[in-house]
Unconditional design. Structure first.
Length: 386
């Protein structure tokens, strides 16, 4: 690993900390859920320790400084001019989307998503008694693209579309042309577009992120939780320039009790956006190096598995179609045989069944351990199949 100012090499013991990733199951090496095994930026750690030093942890209001941190971050990095009046605080992106579904669609409505996609999109739609409508992405020559003819037809049937940009799990940043066309089609069919941009900061070094431009029918969901590994503080914002839409969402989030602020959340968010940009840039270099390690390892040691090229997120999408094994069977075998937990592609939609998702946001010691377990597991499975 290149010389770094911050520590991305130390393996930190996370067992017995009520950690979803490491404590929920008994796997030796969990590389599934999207959080990082890196220590947070020093400024965030310091901010939390400072707040914790005050001995009272009562109800908390959202300070103006939190909104200013978002405004300055998005202006500085992406040229997006946001106003506080166009923003609403929420406990998380998925609680926000759940509230939007309840207040902007009706029971029984179809909601469009682009599969394979983040599996919780399915749950949040179905748990709210709506129906999933899939605009399946086209996978050709190792790349994904949007089927715009299918999208045009299906948008005529829905009130809402949920966009994932950068896309989880395929790691793709949608082009400006793609976003413009999606916007035009949503406007044509009077569809509300929910843009989940939670992974936006985690691009490869030197790669530009394309955000959805403000439009009357667009609601943007933002959070530092993935970029700075602070998901446990449950903090996000909703941004919409349409005040009527935003007011409906605010009202619903109030009804859902999802707009209150964790006592530590604002300190973490402001320390991330105001003081930790250098840490993020170094993180991006580390993640890119990890991607190259995986790419080279698969090419030399495990060519039966193909890495889908990506330019964002720390989640790799592995094409395992040559094995001719369902992703549930493959994921289960790796867990039972090697203690390695990768996400089964079928969880992201039926067109993901030839894939596994691998989280590489970890020290290289853990990454190389995971790759070794992956090879050993695939080798064992191949022997069994003969």
């Amino acid at each position: 690993m290149k010389n770094t100012k911050y520590d991305f090499e130390t393996v930190i013991e996370r067992n017995n900390t009520n950690c979803l990733k490491w404590d929920l199951f008994d796997d030796d090496l969990p590389m599934w859920v999207a959080d990082m095994d890196f220590r947070v930026a020093p400024a965030i750690e310091k901010a939390i320790q400072t707040r914790a030093a005050h001995p009272i942890y009562g109800y908390t209001v959202v300070p103006d400084g939190l909104f200013e941190s978002y405004i300055n971050w998005w202006d500085r990095r992406y040229g997006l001019k946001m106003k506080k009046d166009d923003m609403a605080y929420s406990m998380g992106v998925m609680p926000s989307i759940s509230s939007m579904i309840r207040c902007l669609t009706d029971v029984g409505d179809e909601i469009l998503i682009q599969t394979p996609v983040y599996h919780v999109f399915f749950y949040v739609i179905e748990d709210n008694n709506r129906k999933v409508l899939e605009n399946e992405l086209i996978y050709e020559n190792g790349e994904y693209r949007i089927d715009f003819d299918d999208l045009d037809e299906k948008l005529s049937r829905v009130k809402m579309m949920i966009l994932c940009n950068p896309h989880n799990p395929v790691g793709k940043i949608w082009s400006k042309e793609d976003l413009d066309l999606i916007g035009k089609l949503c406007k044509k069919h009077d569809v509300i577009l929910i843009s989940d941009e939670i992974h936006c900061d985690l691009t490869d070094p030197g790669v530009k992120y394309n955000h959805f431009k403000p439009m009357n029918n667009v609601i943007r969901c933002l959070s530092p939780s993935k970029s700075f590994n602070v998901a446990g503080f449950q903090s996000s914002i909703v941004h919409a320039t349409n005040s009527e839409l935003l007011d409906k969402v605010k009202t619903q989030m109030h009804i859902d009790n999802s707009s209150s602020c964790n006592v530590f959340a604002s300190a973490a968010v402001m320390a991330a956006y105001d003081e930790s940009e250098e840490w993020l840039e170094e993180l991006k270099e580390v993640l890119y190096e990890n991607k190259q390690i995986v790419k080279e390892y698969l090419a030399s040691e495990l060519p039966v598995i193909k890495l889908v090229e990506c330019d964002a997120t720390y989640l790799l999408w592995l094409d395992c179609s040559a094995l001719n094994v369902s992703s549930k069977v493959l994921s289960g075998f790796l867990r039972s045989n090697q203690g390695l937990f990768l996400s089964a592609g079928i969880d992201f939609g039926k067109n993901g069944d030839n894939f596994l998702r691998m989280n590489i946001a970890c020290p290289q010691e853990l990454l190389r351990d995971g790759l070794g377990r992956l090879k050993a597991g695939i080798t064992a499975l191949t022997i069994i199949k003969r």
